[in-house]
Ligand binder design. Sequence first.
Ligand code: SME
Length: 174
Amino acid sequence: MAIISKTDKLSEVRKDADRLNAKAHTADELMDRIAALLNEHMLKYNWVGFYMLEPRANPPMLALGRYRGAMTPHTRIPLNQGICGAAASSGKTVVVDDVKQDPRYLACSLETKSEIVVPVLVNGVVAGELDIDSHFPAAFGAEDRAMIEYMAQLVGRRLEKEQTTSASSRAAKS
Ligand code: SME
C-alpha cells in the first residue's frame, strides 16, 4: 500500500476543492461540498461546518450553515461566546489544541479534543467562518491551518462574486 505524506494529502485536498469550486453553482453548494470533502478525506476532521453571520441580527449572531458530522446544540452563537465567537469578532483564525483548557469553548461533543475556527472574509469583512472539531488533541498544525484558510478563502471569493452579481443585476433593473 502506498503511503502518502501529510503534505501530499493536504495538497490533494486543495486540488479537490479547486475542482469543486469550478463545478459548484453557488457559494452555498461550495460550502456543502467543502464540508463533505474535509470530513470524508481528513481522518481527524470529525466535525466540519460553516457558521454564517445572520444579516441584520442585533446583537450580531452566527447561524449554523452547511456541515458534516454529529448534530450540534449550537445552531446560533452570539459573537461574545465560544471559540466561534472569538474567531468571528477578531477576524483571526483560532486554534485550540486542548479544548478542556480553553474557558471560551462551547461543547458540541464529549469526544472533541481540539478545534480550529477560520473566518470567511468577504471584501475584508467577516461574513462567517469554517469550524472544524477533532477527536484528537492538537489535530491542527501549521499545514492544516494553511489548507483550511485556503478553503475559507475560496468560499469568501465565491461570496464576493455573488454579491457583485446581485448588485449589478439590481442596478440593471433600476
Ligand atoms: N465549539 C464551538 C461551538 C460549535 S461546535 O464546535 C460545532 C465553540 O466553542 O464556539
